[in-house]
Ligand binder design. Structure first.
Ligand SMILES: [Zn+2]
Length: 239
């Protein structure tokens, strides 16, 4: 801190950090919201699943370590994932904050992440929870149909049906439902979310970090609400 008092023309200090976690069930629209928030606030998006695949592909030290577990069919230990997150956070582009998705998925992982961030003298600013009831998630995911020619041609039986049942509008190829999108499997993923991940909701709520968003609204409405909340967080932090 310099002795001179900050003038109005000058920020009182460097831009405050926005260290954010995105939380919510599979199919809640976290990826869509992350894309938009990344643009709004210029925050690096750390999607731990993608990060893991990327580091394994590049053969980094942590990637190789993770691969050993994956090749044996074991879960990658929390320390390895946290190591990757810390590498990102320590990297220059996370100086103003980050948007973390896919980790933590349990209270144990949340505690480990808190400790690790604390050693870097950083802490979470907020946890953004996108809430969607199970029955809506099952409808959303199990209604998806993908083109067998080009998986970028995506339809939804209710929200975005093809002109002709089961046929792609663009190339007339057949549309299929991915196995992962079948209702039983979606419900399995939701059950795992409820048993392992949803205890994070009271955990972060007790710490005053939780912000809730109604994920049944349109992506634009959800985004407007999140953006306003995050902008307020940054403002509060600067006061
Ligand atoms: Zn197609």
């Amino acid at each position: 801190m310099s002795a001179a008092s900050p003038s109005a023309a000058q920020p009182s200090r460097a831009v405050s950090e926005l260290n954010l976690i995105l939380l919510g069930p599979p199919g809640a629209g976290k990826g869509t919201q992350a894309d938009r928030l990344r643009d709004d606030f210029n925050l690096p998006y750390i999607a731990t699943g993608d990060m893991l695949r990327e580091q394994v592909k590049q053969g980094t030290e942590l990637g190789n370590s993770a691969k050993e577990y994956m090749d044996r069919g074991d879960l990658v230990p929390d320390e390895v994932i946290i190591g990757m997150i810390l590498d990102c956070v320590n990297g220059g582009n996370c100086a103003d904050g980050f948007l973390l998705d896919g980790f933590p998925r349990s209270v144990g992982q949340a505690e480990a992440l808190d400790d690790a961030l604390g050693k870097l003298d950083r802490k979470l600013t907020a946890v953004l929870l996108i809430e969607v009831p199970d029955e809506d998630i099952v409808k959303r995911i199990s209604g998806r149909r993908l083109c067998t020619e080009d998986p970028n041609h995506i339809y939804h039986v209710d929200a975005h049906p093809p002109k002709k049942d089961g046929v792609c509008d663009i190339d007339d190829a057949q549309l299929v439902q991915r196995d992962d999108d079948k209702p039983e499997l979606v419900q399995n993923r939701l059950d795992v979310y409820h048993s392992q991940t949803s205890p994070l909701i009271p955990f972060y709520d007790e710490r005053g970090l939780l912000r809730r968003f109604d994920g049944t609204r349109s992506p634009t409405e959800v985004h407007d609400h999140i953006r306003a909340t995050v902008a307020t967080l940054r403002l509060e932090d600067q006061l």
